[in-house]
Design a protein around this ligand. Structure first.
Ligand code: A2P
Length: 336
């Protein structure tokens, strides 16, 4: 049965990718309703070769909608997701508004698609850095429980929206031209620089909000409240793919050959681990790809007990980190 699908934040960096994923994956769409702020009313976006006109998001936007994909920030989700649910829609929310709500499944389909069935109208899409860092580790966790992870991220501009991607390009151009550039979206100069993630620091722990999300959400998605984690999240001057260095410690000894074998056939993951040519996961190669690239798989020499492995991942923030994961969730809703 073809569905009526609404996209909230259709003009944003993730919104445009929702359109592309729905079309490419042949999602059965009867009507697609593109919603954004009053600023965008009348703008046309192309869906599957057809031009569709953007409408203003209002409380009346959800009549007759079956599935609503939200990516317009936490404030919009908090206000409008309950309205969409009351109108009979199922919401797949890309914001952090509902992720830790015990009534809301937090889903990476390769890991916990089964959790979707328990939804009460809202399913949350996890933090993009969490998705990209932990999707590849799940087959390992299944085989030999991971008891501790240390994650250092290298995060792209796209996670901060289309305006941040523009700021990266504009500030780089200004730098090369020797012109001054005043950052407007991000708190620090972005060209030829990197900085600690631009979310607030928790005064008690010293962790920023992005790091706290990665740690909390991983425990919820893995269904393992005892998993020990530490994250360091950094914004790097890359357009749309996040990377992460991950070291993890398993309950039993584990070797790199075993990890490589477990990842070789893992869904959503592609090995890029060519030591001879020194080719490993790069944001450039991960961009516009559905799969998360994994490589640099090696024994962690800092743990002589042989329980720990280090590796490096890169994944498209707008696809697996956001739109693709949400559309995969919608596909599971369809099948239910
Ligand atoms: P608009 O383009 O009309 O501002 P990004 O993550 O790339 O910054 O995109 C944010 C998305 O959220 C855009 O589609 C933006 O629409 C939408 N948005 C932001 N504020 C509102 C709002 N008050 N009402 C509806 N949509 C909004």
């Amino acid at each position: 049965r073809p569905l009526t699908v609404a996209i909230v934040g259709a003009t944003g960096a993730v919104g445009v990718e929702f359109l592309r994923c729905l079309a490419e994956r042949r999602f059965p769409v009867k009507e697609l309703r593109l919603l954004a702020s009053a600023r965008s009313v009348g703008r046309e976006l192309s869906f599957d070769g057809k031009a569709l006109v953007v409408q203003e998001l209002t409380e009346k936007s959800f009549e007759g909608v079956d599935i609503a994909l939200f990516s317009a920030g936490g404030g919009i989700s908090k206000r409008y997701a309950p309205i969409a649910v009351a109108a009979g829609a199922i919401v797949v929310d890309n914001s952090s508004a509902f992720r830790m709500d015990p009534d809301v499944p937090l889903v990476i389909p390769e890991i916990n698609a089964g959790a979707i069935a328990g939804h009460k109208g809202i399913v949350a899409n996890p933090n993009c850095a969490a998705i990209i860092a932990i999707t590849p580790l799940w087959p390992i966790h299944q085989h030999n429980r991971i008891r501790r992870m240390t994650i250092a991220t290298y995060q792209a501009a796209s996670g901060a929206g289309a305006a941040a991607m523009d700021e990266l390009a504009d500030s780089t151009r200004a730098y090369l031209d020797g012109r001054a550039f005043q950052p407007k979206v991000l708190p620090h100069p972005y060209a030829f620089n990197l900085f600690s993630h631009n979310t607030a620091i928790d005064p008690e722990t010293g962790y920023n909000d992005e790091e706290t999300k990665v740690m909390r959400e991983t425990r919820k998605i893995y269904g393992d409240p005892d998993l020990r984690l530490s994250a360091t999240c950094v914004r790097v001057p890359v357009l749309r793919a996040h990377a992460a260095a991950v070291t993890f410690e398993c309950e039993r000894p584990i070797g790199e050959a075993r990890v490589r074998a477990l990842l070789a056939n893992a869904p959503g993951v592609r090995l890029v681990d060519d030591r001879e040519r020194n080719v490993f996961p790069m944001p450039r190669d991960a961009s516009h790809q559905d799969d998360i690239l994994v490589g640099r798989i090696r024994q962690d020499l800092g743990d002589p007990s042989g329980h720990s492995i280090s590796l490096f991942v890169a994944g498209d923030q707008l696809l697996k980190g956001a739109a693709l994961n949400a559309v995969q969730i919608a596909e599971h809703l369809l099948a239910a």
